[in-house]
Design a binder for this molecule. Structure first.
Ligand SMILES: Cc1ncc(C[n+]2csc(CCOP(=O)(O)OP(=O)(O)O)c2C)c(N)n1
Ligand SMILES: [Mg+2]
Length: 192
């Protein structure tokens, strides 16, 4: 499964739900697959994608989707424990697992040598977990997750080891925050 096609699938299923995306190619591919104000592109920070999505899920009733990366999540496994502790019903974490720190040279990550992120999630009290490796199973897992009010959901999506299939997206952190935040704010009425 290629991340770009998988990202297009996520966008098709997400509706208006906020999507938080890992730095680098994950964010660039999301931008190319379908830029929208409710995409929160991470920039430069590693390991905080699902932490930000967790905070967001705790502040809204909407379904929140995190598109994380194996290497980044491995850098901050504590976020999985926090998701397990807080049990946000409206959070779905999808980990694009290419078993590599892809964008910095393709160094092999721990998921290539025995670390099973689905089991990590299970051990942190996240019970709704799945590991998928094709688009059909991914679609079923996401559909089930977004229809459920019993999250958190944790999906490990095994993806092919290819570099970024798109050019770097022209995203600026400040603009991302401004655009994204405004989608949660009620427009002001005359006289307010
Ligand atoms: C704290 C920190 N350390 C290192 C980096 C450099 N860095 C940027 S992306 C990345 C690899 C991310 O791996 P993964 O989340 O698996 O995404 P992939 O590149 O495979 O899509 C690294 C090491 C960084 N941005 N921040
Ligand atoms: Mg990776």
């Amino acid at each position: 499964m290629r991340r770009f096609e998988a990202t297009q699938l996520v966008l098709r299923l997400a509706g208006e739900s906020p999507i938080v995306s890992n730095l680098g190619p994950t964010s660039s591919e999301l931008w190319h697959a379908g830029h929208r104000d409710r995409n929160f592109y991470n920039y430069g920070n590693m390991g905080l994608c699902s932490s930000i999505a967790l905070g967001m899920a705790m502040g809204t009733d909407e379904q929140v989707i995190s598109l994380d990366g194996d290497g980044s999540l491995l850098m901050n496994l504590g976020t999985v424990a926090s998701i397990g502790r807080e049990q946000p019903k409206n959070l779905t974490v999808i980990v694009w697992d290419n078993e590599k720190w892809g964008q910095t040279g393709g160094q092999t990550s721990h998921t290539a040598t025995g670390t099973d992120l689905e089991q990590v999630a299970q051990s942190c009290s996240i019970t709704r977990t799945k590991t998928v490796s094709d688009l059909e199973d991914l679609e079923a897992a996401i559909t089930d997750a977004l229809a459920s009010s019993e999250g958190p959901n944790f999906i490990v999506a095994k993806i092919e080891d290819i570099g970024g299939s798109t050019s770097v997206a022209p995203v600026e952190p400040e603009q991302t925050l401004y655009r994204f935040r405004n989608t949660f704010v009620e427009p002001r009425q005359p006289g307010d």
